[in-house]
Design a protein around this ligand. Structure first.
Ligand code: PGA
Length: 255
């Protein structure tokens, strides 16, 4: 299967930015700019923005995602949000295992796996993030790190469920640093991820998975990154907070 047959997906990851009112304003600016996009467009927003975001994007081609979810249906987990809560407000996607969750909030491959399984069981589409630290790249263990994350994060995910999984390759050293991986570096690891998926499942299943690149992707470098055969989209942080920049990346993915 070639790249053209995979779904290109551009997703904004707003992180801890924008109040509900600001979210409405930003989405009102984004939606007309991406109305004729030939790719999937998603905004992953803070929990309290979800209702406003879903309202602002009703009847448009922009889908809404959350930035995390818990694996339990309910219970004594102060500060957490369940998949059922997300489903009920109309969320379709959920970012899981983002490096900031791993780095600052003790997320491990085991909890990423639990969240991924729960999201899939609830009918949410997880965007599972993997990526190496700068130190790991310098020690030449990028492939080991990625192989381990893919294997553990997707443990017990069936081939049928894999159809609803998006993988985001986000080298940690490139996130929010302005340091983008070169298109060749991004392609190399995205191709490696696909090869791992082929090993764990089969080539057809692997060929159908959308693999995004994330890490300082912007309106200036998106064209080149997205031209690579295994880079099927982007998970965009900083540039997703500026309507024109985000729309330009969506346009690059639509070409
Ligand atoms: P960035 O963030 O585009 O600001 O580097 C990407 C991400 O963390 O998903």
């Amino acid at each position: 299967m070639d790249k053209a047959k995979r779904k290109a997906i551009i997703a904004g990851n707003w992180k801890m930015n924008k109040t509900p009112k600001e979210a409405t304003a930003l989405l009102n600016a984004i939606t007309p700019l991406v109305a004729d996009a030939d790719c999937e467009v998603i905004a992953c927003v803070p929990y309290v923005d979800l209702a406003a975001a879903i309202e602002a994007t009703a009847g448009t081609n922009v889908k809404i995602g959350a930035e995390n979810c818990h694996w339990a249906e309910s219970g004594a987990f102060t500060g957490e949000i369940s998949t059922g809560m997300l489903k009920e407000v109309g969320v379709e996607y959920v970012v899981l295992g983002h490096s900031e969750r791993r780095q600052y909030f003790g997320e491990t491959d085991e909890t990423v796996n639990k969240r991924t399984k729960a999201a899939l069981a609830a009918g949410l589409k997880p965007i599972v993030c993997v990526g190496e630290l700068l130190w790991e790249r310098e020690c030449n263990i990028t492939e080991e790190v990625i192989a381990r994350q893919i294997k553990l994060d997707l443990w017990d995910v069936t081939e049928e469920e894999l159809k609803n999984v998006v993988i985001a390759y986000e080298p940690v050293w490139a996130i929010g640093t302005g340091k983008t991986a070169t298109a060749d570096q991004a392609e190399e690891v995205c191709a490696f991820i696909r090869a791992q998926l082929a090993k764990l499942y089969n080539q057809d299943a692997a060929d159908a998975v959308t693999i995004q690149y994330g890490g300082s992707m912007n309106d200036g470098n998106a064209d080149e990154l997205l031209s690579k055969v295994n880079v099927d989209g982007g998970l965009i942080g900083g540039a997703s907070l500026v309507a024109e920049k985000f729309a330009a990346i969506v346009k690059a993915a639509s070409n």
